[in-house]
Design a protein around this ligand. Structure first.
Ligand SMILES: Nc1nc2c(ncn2[C@@H]2O[C@H](COP(=O)(O)OP(=O)(O)OP(=O)(O)O)[C@@H](O)[C@H]2O)c(=O)[nH]1
Ligand SMILES: [Mg+2]
Length: 183
């Protein structure tokens, strides 16, 4: 389906704005969802047949939904990313900042996702998680490794986070909700 058709359908049948929470296995996506959900909200685990793709879904309001997909490196080879990512308004990519040996792999994955043409207007957030662990990368190092200077004309933020740091997480998600509601 072309982008114009998608936009028209979204206009005629409005759906919640979608925030995708992505990142490698164990980066901390589910933990983050747990920390930003309100007491009366529940994370739903959904399995999509036939391949059995897994996602966690959190409905923030009637207007905003967060989906966290299990990391699947084969999506890009099979062209499936378009189907699952194209409706997103924001991409939140989570990295384990203490896993030094895999940063190059995380970086390639991050850029592969956000370079998609259909995501070029999206809000992008990189969460440097697990900052509490010894040897975690410092913010300046993440900035350099991920070549974040390239973000000149897109709404982008780099945020440090660690388990139980609800304040920073809520602050950044509030910024995302505001930003996607005004674009
Ligand atoms: N020390 C530390 N551990 C964390 C942090 N965030 C998450 N963890 C732990 O890391 C492990 C993986 O976290 P998850 O939230 O399950 O990671 P995930 O990205 O959802 O992983 P998948 O669902 O497998 O893709 C769990 O044992 C968490 O308790 C953090 O900031 N610091
Ligand atoms: Mg998870």
């Amino acid at each position: 389906m072309g982008q114009c058709t998608t936009k028209l359908l979204n206009y005629l049948f409005p759906r919640p704005k979608l925030i995708l929470l992505l990142g490698h296995n164990g980066a901390g996506k589910t933990t983050i969802l747990d920390q930003i959900k309100q007491v009366d909200q529940q994370i739903q685990s959904v399995e999509l047949p036939p391949q059995g793709f897994l996602l966690d879904q959190l409905d923030i309001s009637d207007d905003i939904q967060i989906q966290s997909w299990d990391h699947n490196p084969n999506w890009f080879n099979k062209g499936l990313q378009t189907m699952f990512y194209q409706d997103a308004s924001a991409i939140v990519y989570v990295i384990d900042s203490s896993d030094i040996s895999r940063q190059e792999e995380f970086k390639l994955d991050f850029w592969k996702i956000i370079n998609e043409e259909f995501l070029r207007d999206d809000v992008i957030v990189l969460i440097a998680n697990k900052m509490d662990l010894p040897g975690s990368l410092r913010v300046e190092e993440i900035h350099r490794i991920y070549e974040l200077d390239k973000f000149k004309n897109r709404p982008f933020k780099l945020v440090q986070s660690q388990i139980n740091d609800k304040e920073s997480l809520n602050e950044i998600f509030q910024w995302i909700y505001r930003t996607i509601n005004t674009t």
